[in-house]
Write a protein that binds this ligand. Sequence first.
Ligand SMILES: [Zn+2]
Length: 212
Amino acid sequence: MRDKRIKPNTNYIIKRCSYCNGIFYAKRTIAKFCSDTHRVYSHKEKNRSANYFGKDPNEGAWLPPGTIPSNEMPESKLVFTGDLASLLVEISEYLTKEELDRKLESILGLPPYSETKSWQDSSEQIINNEYYLEVFRILIADYKLYVWPEEDNNPNSSGEVLNLKDNIIKELTAQVEKHRNVVENLENENQNQKKLLNAHEKLREQRKRMDG
Ligand SMILES: [Zn+2]
């Protein structure tokens, strides 16, 4: 793969990486990352926050009985269920040959969910500039393919989850600020009361002396 951080001789557009904010030279306007590594990092970070908030991808949706859902892909993004050969035909509509070649080994090596009982072990995700894909092997001869197009606000494109995280951080910061103000006010009040008490005490002593 071409190193996008090195200026190519041919046509290019200058873009900023969504992960490291560094400049890179893209050939397509929708390119978002300076390298595959940063694409993967960015994806992992977003998924970490998604898992952190325990978001159910099928929240509110009705699933047919017996459905084995993905942990991250809504069932509404399912485009295919079937055997390996048909899966490979289907998936090649969304990936370039190079992209598929790079992932082929992992896809072929997926153990079925019926044996692992682990979505993590039995699924493989692939992200390119246009799609967020997931292959989920549920039975020995049964694969599921989910496709979430970039323009359809997939979690890798929209920063939806990051926005959620940002909002929560903002909310928490505001609350901390509010509490800090309350504490400050209480401290001020405390000081005032102490001053008042002192003044009172002095007054009483003065009066005592005058009386005496
Ligand atoms: Zn980068």
